[in-house]
Each structure stands twice: as structure tokens, then as C-alpha cells.
Write a protein that binds this ligand. Structure first.
Ligand code: AVJ
Ligand code: FE
Length: 435
């Protein structure tokens, strides 16, 4: 995973920043100024907050911390500090308007490109391999996914469009599950130049042998759980999950509804029948955990997930991705908002792991059974508020990325986390069992 020459690193940073901004523009140009400043859900910021926050983080890290420049508008910093104001309160803040927020983000970006032309891309942990530029590109892409969630929650007619994924190329996997052998493997990374602090360092983990699904759980499979009374049977549920589904009268994934004997779902402003073959989407950790118990199975641990995704039993090496070390392309995975939905289960045979597990990367974020905890030897870098303040039993780990994740923010080692009640995120799961 050599980062390459300084010129290659610079070119990669420019490409990653430009791609993130093109996506931000797509997400924010699609709606009116009124929709940009409205709050579409108390769970989310107004889109115009994400837009200026993207610019503010970039100004803070690239222009001020790396470039040594003065703050452009110091008075706005507290407005865009995610820890100062909860999302539900952000619409009431004196935020920059849509035109001002666009101008601010563009001005920051112009100065960043000037800086990047002459910046040394080595000599400190922040600069080595272009790290801090990669971190900011990943930050913008993560907020683009957040903005896509806001689009999904938004009521009203559709404003985004994308082609559907192609049908699976070739036959489905030979078996519904595969056996992953017990023993050690290397988890995490110390080599990936743009890996974030919580993915580091590489360390050896042991797992017992386990079985894991070759594809994510589908809508058809999940419907069988619903139709078997899964949401009415306390046996399957963790106590807090049971309480949540009763309190909110939850009986299906978010955005689903039943009409005239048929399951429909709302997807980016369009109502359509729930497609059988697609991985189930918009389920909480509690729903995933309950389904797995009903099916006589369990969620994989985070270590099991990563072993299934990276371990090559033939060599004992951990790969960057299930298919090998090459960066993702369109044949490997459904990433980057190329499509506005997951691809049918069994897609992307070229993206399979050595043991034949498919769609570990892309399509849907996969809940694991694990709490979000630091790896042995973890060091917060470059700021505690990215990962460290979230470690603990209240957050569960999700792996693999969704159709809404850009390749720059997706690796076999990449870790995401959220509260177990969350279901507006692009979350699904696969199941496992002890061998
Ligand atoms: C890693 C997706 C949980 O969106 O809260 C964005 C990413 N951190 N800005 C989030 C993040 C700071 C983070 N997640
Ligand atoms: Fe952020």
C-alpha cells in the first residue's frame, strides 16, 4: 500500500477533494433554498448546516492547522461545532444562508488548492501520505452520506435519481453460509495511509471457527420474520429493543408500510413494492439482533466480520478488501451513490472474499454484535472527538459501508458506529453461528 511519490499523493488528494465537492453540490443543488434550511427530521441537521460545517472543518484543519492562516470568520466556529448544539436545535441558530454557505465552502476550497500545490506531504503525522487532506475528503464524504439520509427522510416529490444496479453477473453463491476457520488473523491496519485513528494499529486477533452468511439478509427473509410474528414475540428481543418497538409501535423496517396485503416502501420520494431480493435496509441493531435470534443464529462480532472480509486462509495475510488489495471499482461493490439502493443479494461475484462471501463492502452497512471500543495501542489522532469520545457500550459497530459510502471512506478496516436504536441510517446485516 505504498502511498507513492509526492506528486501521486498530491494528485490523489486533489481528486478525492474534488469528488467530494461534486457530490456535495449534487446533494445541495437538487433542492430549493427552503428545503436546504428546513429541518426534515429532528434526527438530522438542516442540509445548509452540513454544507457550512464541511467548509468549517476544512478551514480549521487545512487552512488554519496546516497552513497557519488566520480564521476567516471566527464568530461562526461555535455554530458548526457538532458538540456545541444538538442536531434538533441547529435550525434555530443564526446559520449562514444557502448562498453564504456555498460561498464560504468554495472560498475555503480555493485557498486549500493553493496551499496543496506547495504543501510538503511528509514530515509530520498530519502530513505524511497526505493524511490530513484524505481525512478532510473522508469527512466531506461522510457528511454527504448524512445529507443523503436527510434526503431519504425528506417528504415531498423525488429530487434525486440514479440508474438501478445491474442484475447479478453470474450465478448466486454455491452455499448460503461458509465456514471461516478458527485461529489468528491481523485486524486493523498500521499501513493504510488514510486510515482513521480507530482502525489502528494492526494487531493479532484470535477467533474460533464460525459460519457466516454469504450474502446480507434480504427483504424476503426479513418479511418471513415479520409474518411469523417476530415483532410480537418478546423471546427474540433484547429488553431495550422490546421496549423501543412497543413504545414506538414498530412492526417493520423504517419507511415500510403495508397496503392491501402488500409491503411498500418509500425510497427517496418514491413509493414502491419492497423488492424481495434486495438486502434489508433501515433496521436498528435491535431488529437485526432479534431477527438473528429468531433464525437460530446471531450477529457476527466485529472481529468475525473483519476476518470474513480480509483474511486469506491460503496465505494467512489480511487483504485491504475482500477481493484483494486493489481499490474498489464498479465490478467489486455498490459504493459511491452510483445507485440509490442496494443491489440484489448475490451481486458482485468479483467482489467476493477468498471463501466466497459477497457484498461485504458496499450495499448496506452491516450491524455487528460488538460495542465500539479502541484497539489495543489506540491513540486518538488528530482529535479526540472523532472516535475516542464515542468508545463504550452505548454504540454498536457497523462495517462494510453502504451504497451511499464513497470508496475513499471505505476499507476492510473501516469502522462506523451508531446507537442500537438508529434505523434511518443505511443499515442492514448478515448473520453468523458458532461452528
Ligand atoms: C463516523 C459516521 C459516526 O457522522 O457522526 C462526521 C462521522 N465525524 N463528522 C458521524 C463524522 C465528524 C461520524 N460517523
Ligand atoms: Fe463532521
Amino acid at each position: 500500500y505504498a502511498p507513492g511519490s509526492s506528486e501521486e499523493v498530491r494528485a490523489r488528494a486533489v481528486r478525492a477533494l474534488a469528488a467530494a465537492r461534486a457530490r456535495t453540490a449534487l446533494l445541495t443543488d437538487a433542492v430549493s433554498d427552503r428545503d436546504l434550511t428546513a429541518q426534515h427530521s429532528p434526527l438530522m441537521s438542516p442540509l445548509v448546516w452540513d454544507l457550512a460545517h464541511i467548509g468549517n472543518m476544512e478551514e480549521l484543519w487545512l487552512l488554519r492547522n496546516v497552513g497557519g492562516r488566520e480564521a476567516m470568520h471566527p464568530e461562526i466556529d461555535p455554530l458548526y461545532d457538532a458538540f456545541e448544539h444538538p442536531r434538533a436545535e441547529r435550525p434555530k441558530l443564526p446559520l449562514l444562508g444557502p448562498a453564504e454557505a456555498r460561498r464560504y465552502a468554495a472560498e475555503v476550497r480555493g485557498r486549500v488548492f493553493d496551499l496543496l500545490e506547495g504543501a510538503p506531504l511528509e514530515g509530520s503525522a498530519l502530513l505524511d501520505g497526505g493524511y490530513v487532506f484524505g481525512m478532510i475528503a473522508q469527512h466531506e464524504q461522510q457528511h454527504d452520506e448524512t445529507m443523503l439520509i436527510t434526503h431519504q427522510l425528506r417528504r415531498g416529490e423525488a429530487v434525486l435519481a440514479a440508474p438501478d444496479p445491474d442484475p447479478p453477473a453470474g450465478p448466486p453463491p454455491a452455499a448460503a453460509e461458509v465456514l471461516v476457520p478458527g485461529g489468528p488473523f491481523t485486524m486493523g491496519t498500521s499501513a493504510e495511509p488514510w486510515s482513521l485513528d480507530n482502525e489502528r494499529p494492526a494487531h493479532v486477533r484470535e477467533t474460533a471457527a464460525f459460519w457466516i452468511d454469504t450474502v446480507p439478509v434480504t427483504n424476503a427473509a426479513y418479511r418471513a420474520f415479520i409474518e411469523d410474528g417476530g415483532y410480537r414475540d418478546e423471546r427474540w428481543w433484547a429488553p431495550e429493543g422490546w421496549e423501543q418497538i412497543r413504545r414506538h409501535a414498530i412492526g417493520a423496517p423504517l419507511f415500510w408500510r403495508r397496503e392491501a396485503g402488500q409491503w411498500l416502501r418509500r425510497r427517496f420520494g418514491v413509493t414502491e413494492p419492497v423488492p424481495d431480493a434486495e438486502p434489508v435496509l433501515h433496521v436498528s441493531w435491535y431488529e437485526a439482533d432479534a431477527y438473528a435470534r429468531w433464525a437460530g443464529r446471531r450477529l457476527p462480532t466485529e472481529a468475525e466480520w473483519e476476518k470474513a472480509a480480509r483474511h486469506d486462509p491460503a496465505t494467512g495475510r489480511s487483504r485491504r478488501y475482500p477481493w484483494g488489495d486493489e481499490d474498489p471499482t464498479e465490478v467489486h461493490a455498490n459504493l459511491g451513490q452510483r445507485h440509490l439502493r442496494p443491489a440484489p443479494a448475490g451481486s458482485y461475484p468479483a467482489g467476493a472474499s477468498p471463501l466466497g462471501v459477497r457484498q461485504l463492502i458496499g450495499d448496506v452497512w452491516e450491524w455487528t454484535s460488538s460495542d465500539f471500543l479502541p484497539y489495543p495501542g489506540f491513540r486518538a489522532f488528530p482529535y479526540r472527538e472523532y472516535s475516542e469520545v464515542f468508545f463504550g457500550p452505548e454504540h454498536k459497530v457497523l462495517r462494510g459501508g453502504s451504497f451511499a459510502v464513497d470508496p475513499v471512506a471505505c476499507r476492510g478496516t473501516f469502522r462506523n458506529w451508531d446507537l442500537p436504536v438508529r434505523r434511518q441510517i443505511f443499515s442492514g446485516f448478515r448473520t453468523a453461528r458458532d461452528a
